[in-house]
Design a protein around this ligand. Sequence first.
Ligand code: NCD
Length: 326
Amino acid sequence: MPAKAKNPHVPFGDQQTAPWYGKDILTVKQFSRNDLEYVFAVAHEMRIMVERIGTFDLLKGKILANLFYEPSTRTSSSFMAAMQRLGGAVIPISEVKYSSVAKGESLPDTVRTLGCYADVIVIRHPEVGSAALAAKHARKPVINAGDGVGEHPTQALLDTFTIREELGRLDDLTVTMLGDLKYGRTVHSLARLLTQFNNIKLNYVSPDLLRMPPDVKEEVADKGIPQAETSVLKSVLAKTDVLYVTRVQRERFEDPDEYEKVKNAYVVSPAIMKSAKKRMIVMHPLPRVTEISMDFDEDPRAAYFRQMEYGMYVRMALLAIVLGKA
Ligand code: NCD
């Protein structure tokens, strides 16, 4: 369950008894299977509402501060779109160089400030633990939109929502994670989150340099989930239900020569995908560089563009849930 609620002054009309009201979202470890079912049900409703009427006033009068210290296209714009589709407003701070951060302001002071003006704060930052630090100092709920190589919980929620919408289930799945499993925070969160479901098998396919970190593997093993590690995609592809491809995270390498060695380690192509099941999906958090060839995009199994759309519905659900309006 989430930690202590914030929002000392409860605005009129907020459902403060709702379990996630005023809570931070920092890690996928906060979510039980019941919580997940709830988020997915709300996200599904959001999808239907957007398809029917586009924008509606569930969060009218609420303000989101969108604080990005690292580049982002999808996460940042889908949070903004989510808030605006729910009738709320956004303070976008994606160029921290134009904010007081450039004058040397600390993260705690920046989030203290935003907590005075906004009802919820979304933060992306290059350091592991930054979202937790922000949450400690903010009066309002903080949502982690990526803390360095740590976690990206809202991405894992949208990834699992995607699997559910696309394959109709979250149990009985073989999920193969491919690429940069060392620095890719999305796979750290997704592997942890998948432990909530039944009969999951995880395959980790990466160059030796980019293996899944031992702490994540230990947590997954503690939940009794079988994990297999290899460098060869072919050996596991035929049994895969979800192929989750990641970009080699160039910005996280200390040694540029190491990046050069592994940057083109895998390219998913129509030829390779011939040996995969007919009913399976290929996902990617995006941005893609070269790891999925563009001529695979028209294949019905290519779910990555649909996945980014599901992201907005999940973020609408999360905003509504922490603001007590779901
Ligand atoms: C990911 C991230 O920022 O971790 N992008 C995203 O949020 N969709 C993946 C990446 O940058 O490769």
